[in-house]
Structures are given as C-alpha cells and as structure tokens.
Design a protein around this ligand. Structure first.
Ligand code: DAH
Length: 366
C-alpha cells in the first residue's frame, strides 16, 4: 500500500519535471506501459483474497488515474512550450525576392475555362454560377423533365438521403443547365450568360469520370432565332480552336429543355494520331464529330423560370469542358485529368503567367 503511494509520488515528481516529450514517454512506459509497475500491480489483484482486493484495487486505480492525468497535463505544457519556441525561432521574410522558378502550373481544365470566359466576355456574356448540390426541381423539373421523364433515368444521378425544406430531392447536379433557371430567376431578361462548372454522374471508364466539367450558355432576349445561335457558336469555335476554317454541321436532335434542338458537329481530320479540328467533315480524309448540344430554349423552361415566353425567347448550349481541353491540347485519357499527378501537370499544365487574351490569341503557347 505505502509502496504504491510512494511509487506514485515518485512518478508524479518525475513527470512534473520531465523536460522533453521523450522523457515523458519513458515515464509513461515505466508506470502505465504493458510492463509498467501499475500494470503489474493490477495483475496481482487476481491472486488476492476479496478483502485484500477491496483495499488494493481502488488504490491502484487511483494511482493510475493520477499518473495518466499528470502525463496529459505535462504533455500539453511541453507541446505549448515547443510550439512557442518554434514560432519564436522560425521567421519568414515576405519582403525577400522570389528567386526560384515557379513550380505550379495551370491545369488544362482551368486554362480552357479561362479561354472560354475570355471568348464569351468579348461577345457580351457574363459568367454565372450555381450550386453543385442541387435540388431535383432546378436540375430536372424546371428544365422540362418531370418525375416520369425518361431523360432523368439517363443521367445516372447521385442522390442525397435528405430532402429540402420544400420536400425536393437533393442531388449532385448532373449538368450545368440548372444554372439557366437560377440565372433567369435572379437576373430576369434580357440575359447573356455562360456557366462553367463541375457536374457529377455515376459513371466511370476511360472516357467518363464521376465528376467532370461542363459549360452552359444562355441568351434570352427579344426576337432571338436559330441564326443567332449558329453565328455565336461558329464565332466561339473559331476563336477557341484559333482557325478560320471551322465548319459546323447542325443536326436535328432532342433535349427536353430546347425546342427545336440541334447538335453541333465540326469537321476534323486525323493527324499524327490526333483529331485536328478544321474543314468540312464531308471532305476526303475528314469526318464529323459532335461538340455541342444546343437549341432554342423551350417555352416551358422560360415559364418555369418566371419569364413570359410570349415576350422572351432565347437559345442555349452546353458542352464538356474536359473534352474541349482534350481536343485542343491532345490528351487522350480523361482519367489523368483528375489523378493530380504532378508529372502529368508538369507536362500538360500551362504557365500561370500566360493569361488568355483575344488580342494575343486565346490559346496557350506550348
Ligand atoms: N445539359 C445537356 C447535357 O448535359 C447539354 C445541353 C444540351 C445543354 C443542349 C444545353 C442545350 O443548354 O441546349 O447533356
């Protein structure tokens, strides 16, 4: 008994005067470690008579609790002292000139988003954003896809277990189109926006990743027609690919949120194993490739967003930013975009000092 009391006193004294975390750890092992004296004392309890145990057990438990508390307190004190010493020791002089070459690079997706913003800003489009965690009304219903619409099932949606206060399903947006609704609700008409951002679908292989990037475009005004759509997309694609010989093919298609709907193809040729955009897809050695979905905004979408479809019309378009980056800069595996491998970024990344401007040519020099 006295043995335990005196051993405890000695341990507490040693702990209180320990000057390093290592010394403290040695004290912990000595008392509470597997072979420490407290642990060994606890093991003797099994061989005692019930009367002996009734006295010894609480004494050992008390010793263990006191020592553990002392260890914690001393550890906290030592760590605070260590942090303060480090803060006093380490200084960072922000006025020193940077002499190392910059190591970071701009990810191709960010680069292409900057290029798109630059091109569309020149055409009078503002950049709009919306939440990545959406509700099914904005993502589907307002875009003319009610609960029973088959296109909903095609979107491989990630749903959350909760619902919004209004009882709407909560999901990760499957496309940037809900930003159309939010922008019309927030700003009314007339409107000219692009909405670049992340979208999510439960799909993964060499050409699909569960998260990818889209850009949406929306123009709402009076007397807008398909000619405006074609001119805008042609101007955009010429600026983006930095070639005048871009040829568009408009193909009738179907999207619930546009009527009529058109898919936009561009002509391309294979060169050195890469698709090089340019020329008509009907020329020898050329083919067509789909690059954008688009159409005149469906009246029901305009009405859902609170505008009068008899007064306002418009066109919309959407496409994958990752795909545009792959096409322009020749990267074949989409998954590498999201691996975060610094070697890939060093190879395909762009200089942070190379800002896309229309006057200097919007593409990055490589
Ligand atoms: N939201 C469509 C998708 O994810 C893309 C799209 C097609 C957007 C046509 C549009 C459009 O704005 O008019 O597949």
């Amino acid at each position: 008994m006295t043995d335990i009391t005196s051993q405890t006193q000695a341990a507490l004294a040693a702990i209180a005067t320990a000057t390093s975390l290592e010394a403290l750890e040695a004290q912990r092992l000595d008392a509470l470690g597997k072979k420490g004296w407290v642990s060994l004392a606890l093991k003797t309890l099994g061989g005692m008579s019930p009367e002996e145990r009734a006295v010894a057990a609480p004494a050992i438990q008390t010793a263990r609790a006191e020592i553990a508390a002392a260890l914690d307190a001393r550890k906290a004190a030592l760590e605070t002292a260590e942090l303060e010493a480090r803060l006093a020791r380490e200084t960072l002089d922000l006025t020193l000139p940077a002499h190392a070459a910059p190591k970071g690079s701009v990810h191709p997706v960010s680069q292409v988003m900057d290029e798109l913003a630059e091109i569309f800003a020149d055409l009078g489009f503002a950049v709009a954003t919306g939440p990545e965690i959406e509700d099914d009304w904005h993502n589907f219903t307002a875009l003319n896809m009610d609960e029973t619409h088959p296109a909903r099932a095609m979107h491989d949606t990630f749903y959350f277990p909760d619902k919004t206060a209004e009882g709407r399903e909560v999901l990760l947006r499957t496309h940037t189109s809900p930003v159309q609704i939010r922008a019309m609700q927030e700003h009314g008409a007339p409107l000219r926006i692009i909405a670049p951002g992340r979208v999510y679908r439960s799909d993964s292989d060499a050409t699909h990743t569960p998260m990818f990037h889209q850009i949406e475009g929306l123009v709402i005004d009076k007397d807008i027609h398909l000619g405006h759509l074609k001119w805008t997309l042609e101007t955009f694609l010429k600026a983006f690919f930095e070639r005048e010989d871009i040829v568009l093919r408009l193909r009738p298609s179907y999207f619930p949120f546009t009527e009529p709907s058109v898919e936009i193809d561009v002509g391309y040729a294979m060169e050195g194993g890469r698709r090089i955009v340019g020329g008509s897809g009907d020329e020898p050695g050329h083919a067509w490739m789909e690059v954008l979905g688009s159409g005149m905004v469906n009246r029901r979408v305009i009405a859902a967003a609170g505008l009068d479809p008899d007064e306002w019309q418009g066109f919309a378009f959407g496409t994958g930013v990752d795909r545009l980056a792959q096409l322009k800069y020749g990267m074949n595996d989409l998954r590498a975009f999201f691996d975060g491998d610094p070697r890939w970024l060093a190879h395909y990344g762009f200089s942070p000092f190379d800002q896309p401007t229309l006057s200097a040519g919007v593409g990055a020099r490589t």
